[in-house]
Design a protein around this ligand. Structure first.
Ligand code: ADP
Ligand code: MG
Length: 451
């Protein structure tokens, strides 16, 4: 979006242009129109996304320069951040003569600040403690305040400034605009928003950065399993993690998919450590294309190059959603995130409405139900590992030696303390199994089985 699409003065547009701000960043494009309309905003955007100019352009545009009173107050968690904000505001403030911006932070001479305040200012940028001190000493007055900004609100709360911020607000008029800017968003931010804002509009651009690389679709369906199979047949993903909200659902879905000749394994909190390992190895070495997981079970799972994430149910909250879909589309590759929802989830769905996401109906899916998904590889387990001095080369030798398998039919080899896993191309599995079982590895016999 161009700044010229906004109701900004020509001199402001010229100044932005001279700063090299040719177009608005997403957070600026989405908050500025609302800020100019005097709406309260709760904005979440990544660091470096241009939040300062977002509120800066807004409050500077609305400033009445002739009125020599504090009209805007920006609270920042640290002196360094206040300094950065003041610098950015001063750059933008060049669009008009005589705008006075004052910094009030701790660690500076209080007396000197008193002197500056006696000359009045339009905008104060400061840290909560020092600003409060001036309010208490009546060297600062907020009766004409129009806009209050809490910049880096999350850090401000983390640093324990809540009480001081609330005390500062007690000095401000009830009729005012309050803007909350933050890099993260959680219940403490929502709580303070409820306390100090009126009908705040939430603007988030954090997932937009993700959306560049992740295609997000939401599908309304009365039969999630069938929709899922259609999706598989359409996209033919190499590997998929399907999230369910409960472990029972995870188990049942994996079993049901297996019955339909769609190879899937469940991973959930009830598995023993060794079982968990068996599952993860198979998923990572392409012996199972679909992993059905609960959030807890998927914790710490590090699979690179995941083609697709499917939410079999709407997750419990947007944060879980972001976390789940963030597993695909890594390292520059495009990922696909599909979320299935039933009519009983319609209410919960509202939280996920976003113009970057595609909402369609099962009837619009292109794939067919006539689809089977077999893994490329099958895993052999050898009951011997590092403790037996077994190395990948030993296993490779035992499989390929004496006119055995071709090297390309052998996939990933994982060696643990007491066990080793070898992925074998599906059509060679019987041959490979026989060879390892009947022959010796490093002059020793090991028991071998197919996972
Ligand atoms: P945030 O507070 O979101 O971490 P900043 O407000 O500090 O980010 O902005 C980061 C950088 O981007 C600054 O150097 C700022 O000058 C620059 N910037 C802000 N808006 C624009 C824009 N529209 N076009 C180009 N650069 C911009
Ligand atoms: Mg900032």
């Amino acid at each position: 979006m161009n700044f010229s699409e906004l109701p900004l003065e020509a001199s402001m547009l010229q100044t932005l242009d001279s700063l090299g701000y040719t177009s608005a960043t997403p957070i600026q494009a989405q908050t500025l129109p609302l800020i100019l309309e005097n709406k309260d905003i709760i904005a979440e955007a990544k660091t470096g996304s241009g939040k300062t100019a977002a509120f800066g352009i807004g409050l500077l545009s609305k400033l009445d320069v002739k009125k020599f009173r504090v009209q805007s107050l920006v609270l920042c968690p640290t002196r360094e951040l206040a300094d950065q904000v003041a610098k950015e505001l001063r750059k933008i403030a060049r669009f008009k003569h005589n705008i006075k911006i004052l910094m009030l932070t701790g660690g500076e001479s209080f007396g000197k600040q008193l002197g500056s305040l006696s000359h009045q200012a339009h905008i104060v940028v400061g840290t909560p403690g020092r600003v409060l001190k001036h309010l208490n000493k009546e060297s600062l007055e907020l009766t004409h305040l129009q806009t209050l900004v809490l910049d880096e609100a999350d850090r401000m709360l983390d640093m324990g400034f809540l009480e001081e911020v609330e005390s500062v607000i007690n000095f401000a008029p009830k009729e005012r605009q309050t803007l909350l800017f933050s890099a993260t968003y959680d219940s403490t931010i929502t709580a303070i928003s409820k306390k100090i804002q009126h009908d705040a509009v939430a603007v988030k651009t954090t997932h937009e950065e993700l959306a560049n690389k992740i295609k997000e679709e939401f599908i309304a369906t009365a039969n999630k399993e069938e929709s899922f199979i259609k999706i598989l047949s359409e996209y033919k993903p190499r590997n998929v993690i399907v999230f369910t909200n409960t472990k029972i659902e995870a188990k049942e879905l994996a079993e049901s998919l297996q019955k339909r000749k769609i190879d899937a394994i469940a991973i959930h909190g009830d598995l023993e450590q060794y079982e968990r390992n068996d599952v993860l190895v198979q998923f990572a070495n392409k012996s199972c294309p679909i992993l059905v997981a609960t959030d807890v079970a998927a914790r710490g799972l590090d699979i690179k190059e995941l083609s697709m994430v499917v939410n079999f149910d709407l997750p419990h909250g947007a944060e879980t959603y972001t976390h789940r879909i963030g597993r695909t589309g890594r390292a520059g590759a495009e990922g696909i995130a599909i979320t299935l929802y039933g009519s009983y989830e319609n209410e919960k769905l509202e939280e996920y409405r976003d113009e970057k996401r595609l909402f369609i109906d099962d009837a619009q899916l292109k794939g067919s139900l006539n689809f089977e998904l077999k893994p490329e590889f099958v895993t052999l387990v050898i009951e011997g590992g590092k403790k037996d001095k077994l190395r990948a080369g030993d296993l490779l030798g035992a499989l390929t030696g004496d006119a055995g398998l071709g090297g390309s039919s052998i996939g990933k080899i994982d060696i643990y303390d007491r066990q080793a896993y070898v992925a074998i191309e599906t059509r060679f599995i019987d041959d490979a199994h026989k060879r390892l079982k009947s022959g010796k590895i490093k002059g020793k016999k090991f028991s071998v089985w197919v996972l």
